[in-house]
Design a protein around this ligand. Structure first.
Ligand code: AMP
Ligand code: ZN
Length: 483
């Protein structure tokens, strides 16, 4: 079964396939603006994209996916932060880039293969080159202050993605005379490719495209230039949160297609936003959470990852602290089930996370029914629901436990649930009732010095995947460890 994903351009589900003969799937995901800690809304988008990357790796092979995600390290927000703090721009953006990487690691997101920065001299050059081509082709013009704007009327297909053309551009035209003069652009719908230096930009400036003033790139051009430099003029998939559909992605299409004369992205995907307690997250409402805020409340990064993936990516997700509590408990149940499966398959718990057990053909046991919804527009709630319905070996139709373990390993990989971390963090997994009952029986046998019965019960526990640790005044249970 191929992966199908909703395409925001055609508004239909479409199969994902690499277009180039090398069979490499080229995937670009708009990254964060690095001026503060990313919030859990940002992470919803990045975790969904991480699940997509993992699905693609299993589908095409780990060496057949190129995943690029940029860092916006020069724009109004980053410059304002650096000015307010009296620190160089590069120092501020490095601090928040490092924090973003640390949070991504805790959330078990795979690093992209390339992570270009807009202010990297190599990519400033790429952006300037692209702007020069657009000026030469008549798609861009220099404004009186030395900035460069993209001329929207030069690209008749403008608006294909967001279908804003009729609606917004008409409104734009009525505002035209008022706004155009103030903004130095010829038409209100035109957008900046290059921004001439202003005093508030301080020492942030580079030599401009030919004929333009020194300054800095406009935001939209960075993704067009960096995806072209790293993935080529046509990419297989471009993604981001819904807020990026217009104008950011519309503008990327216009710039790239006018410059390169070919299709920019063959497939567009936008995931929906996260709300907190039914409201948009904002500092003023006091409902803006970062990963650190939630860790301070005692929640694990894995629970956040679970909660962010529990809703359908194309529906808004209402985040609550209760959803995190539910996620913690679901992960414990999953850990207990995984321990049982590993034991029945004669695997160590760690084997469930070993690439050699992940990157192999699916075993197609009943458990595969929990993976297939993911290939159908990333239906994560259905996948989780199916898994929990079957999280019991007795319901697995007598399939070979080793095959079940392969399917479970793949499921855990795609969701990025590293249950080893959960055991490490909590010291134990949720213990099923029948295991507790066995342990109680064995403890009672030991207390009454019936050592034969106690030994036999220990064997039963071991066979079920649990180690019983005897202490002076009680016992502890943990999933069987690596020998
Ligand atoms: P930014 O750092 O603002 O450039 O945003 C990084 C990513 O987070 C983009 O893909 C946005 O679409 C996404 N994003 C921003 N706010 C939210 C939210 N509340 N829920 C989900 N994604 C968001
Ligand atoms: Zn972008």
């Amino acid at each position: 079964m191929a992966i199908t994903l909703h395409d925001s351009l055609t508004r239909e589900p479409r199969e994902l396939r690499p277009a180039q003969p090398d069979g490499v799937f080229r995937f670009y995901n708009c990254g964060p603006t690095v001026y503060a800690a990313a919030h859990i809304g940002n992470f919803r988008t990045f975790v969904i994209n991480d699940l997509l990357r993992r699905l693609l790796e299993l589908e095409f092979g780990p060496d057949k996916v190129r995943h690029v995600r940029n860092l916006t390290d020069v724009d109004d927000k980053t410059i304002r932060r650096s000015r307010e703090e009296g620190r160089p721009l590069g120092e501020v953006t490095k601090q928040w880039t490092d924090k973003f990487h640390a949070d991504c690691k805790e959330l078990n997101c795979l690093p992209p293969h390339e992570e270009p920065r807009a202010a990297d001299p190599r990519f400033i050059r790429e952006q300037v080159n692209m702007i020069e081509v657009l000026m030469e082709k008549g798609n861009a013009y220099r404004a009186p202050d030395g900035s460069v704007y993209f001329k929207v009327s030069s690209y008749p297909d403008y608006g294909v993605l967001s279908r804003v053309k009729e609606r917004e551009l008409q409104v734009g035209a009525t505002l035209k005379s008022a706004a155009a003069d103030a903004d130095e652009k010829e038409d209100v719908s035109d957008f900046a490719l290059w921004k001439a230096h202003k005093p508030e930009d301080g020492d942030v400036h580079w030599p401009g495209p030919r004929g333009a003033a020194p300054g800095r790139p406009g935001w939209h051009i960075e993704c067009s230039a960096m995806s072209k430099a790293l993935l080529g003029p046509t990419i297989d998939l471009h993604t981001g949160g819904v807020d990026l559909l217009f104008p950011h992605h519309e503008n990327e299409i216009a710039q790239s297609q006018c410059c390169n004369g070919t299709t920019f992205a063959r497939h567009w995907y936008h995931s929906e936003h996260l709300l907190v307690d039914g409201k948009k997250m904002s500092k003023s409402l006091g409902n803006l959470y970062t990963l650190d805020d939630l860790k301070a409340k005692g929640f694990s990064p894995a629970a956040l990852r679970y909660a962010l993936l529990a809703g359908h990516p194309r529906k808004q997700l209402n985040f609550t602290l209760d959803s995190l509590r539910a996620a913690e408990s679901a992960l414990k149940k999953l850990t207990a089930f995984a321990a049982t499966v590993a034991k029945a398959a004669d695997w160590q718990f760690d084997d469930l996370f070993d690439p050699k057990n992940i990157y192999r053909p699916p075993a197609n046991t009943l458990l595969a029914a929990a993976i297939s919804p993911l290939k159908d527009d990333m239906n994560t709630p259905q996948a989780l629901g199916s898994l929990f319905q079957m999280a019991d070996l007795a319901k697995m139709g007598g399939a070979d436990a080793k095959l079940i373990a392969v399917d479970l390993a793949q499921f855990l990989f795609i969701f990025g649930f590293d249950l080893r971390e959960i055991i490490k963090a909590k010291g134990t997994a949720e213990i099923p009732a029948d295991i507790t009952a066995l342990a109680e029986k064995r403890w009672a046998a030991k207390q009454s010095k019936d050592f034969a019965a106690a030994d036999a019960l220990r064997k039963d526990l071991t066979a079920a995947g649990w180690t019983m640790l005897d202490r002076k005044d009680g016992y502890a249970l943990e999933p069987a460890k690596k020998a």
